[in-house]
Design a protein around this ligand. Structure first.
Ligand code: IPE
Ligand code: IPE
Ligand code: MG
Length: 251
């Protein structure tokens, strides 16, 4: 069975989960923490090399102030509570996104957690907070433009490999499996560049109801798919691309 090397998840549906119970949306966000722990644990056990979780988008800043504040509080709490266990499981944690928009205190805790786990050789866990796929691409373009303007790089030398190296997921294989809970079939500005050839998996389950078994279900579905990367079925069957590196970019 070919496991995905990198799984990306849009954890959607917390608010509706809570509303269905007559509880405030924030109760759903709180209930969304346990599935995160389960999914991480399952990825560690299965030997998946990377997991990227969408926790808060660039657009989510426009939600009511109290909901944003609760979410930020939950990140802080979860970070403080979970870092030791992540470290003990050799997980390398990184936060991707525009962290300048986060409270300085949260930025500091993130930096500490990243530094603590930086040397770990287990699961690469990325948590996307204040992240937008378009933001990611624009930031990469800015850095390349600055290098070109300074003469360190010729504009014509920019290729997919150089570009990808400036993105938040630089150095990681592209996600093979993209999961979205909550019933909507959209990307909502998650990893736009990196999911070019990801297999998309949608489930109606709301995020707080997701668990390790549901992750296994998604992986099982993934293993049954034929990934062609633009080739014919015969070619794809004969060459068996190793997943993330196919499709032109040599990362
Ligand atoms: C996902 O759940 C968590 C965040 C976007 C922060 P939602 O809060 O979007 O839940 P729904 O989609 O409104 O049910
Ligand atoms: C996507 O969910 C972002 C996260 C899960 C963090 P949203 O709830 O923000 O997406 P839309 O608004 O339904 O597209
Ligand atoms: Mg939502």
């Amino acid at each position: 069975m070919t496991l995905p090397k990198h799984i990306a998840i849009v954890m959607d549906g917390n608010g509706r989960w809570a509303e269905a119970r007559g509880e405030p949306r924030t109760a759903g966000h709180r209930a969304g923490i346990e599935p995160v722990r389960q999914v991480i644990r399952e990825c560690v056990q299965l030997g998946v090399s990377a997991l990227t979780l969408f926790a808060f988008s660039s657009e989510n800043w426009r939600r009511p102030e109290t909901e944003v504040a609760t979410l930020m509080g939950l990140f802080m709490e979860a970070l403080d509570r979970e870092v030791e266990e992540l470290h003990a499981n050799r997980v390398r944690l990184r936060v991707i996104g525009n962290r300048q928009r986060l409270a300085v205190r949260l930025q500091q805790r993130i930096a500490e957690a990243e530094a603590k786990t930086a040397g770990n050789d287990g699961l690469c866990l990325q948590v996307a907070v204040s992240y937008g796929g378009r933001w990611d691409v624009v930031e990469a373009a800015k850095r390349l433009a600055a290098r070109a303007a300074s003469g360190a790089l010729r504009a014509n030398d920019i290729d997919e490999e150089l570009f990808a190296a400036e993105l938040q997921l630089a150095g990681l294989p592209d996600p093979d499996l993209f999961i979205r809970t909550g019933g909507d079939h959209r990307v909502s500005n998650f990893l736009l560049w990196n999911i070019a050839y990801a297999e998309l998996y949608f489930t109606d389950l709301l995020w707080p109801d997701f668990d390790a078994t549901e992750l296994q279900r998604a992986i099982e579905d993934f293993t049954g798919r034929e990934r062609r990367f633009g080739l014919t079925g015969t070619q794809a069957g004969a060459t068996k691309p190793s997943g993330s590196t196919a499709g032109g970019s040599k990362k």
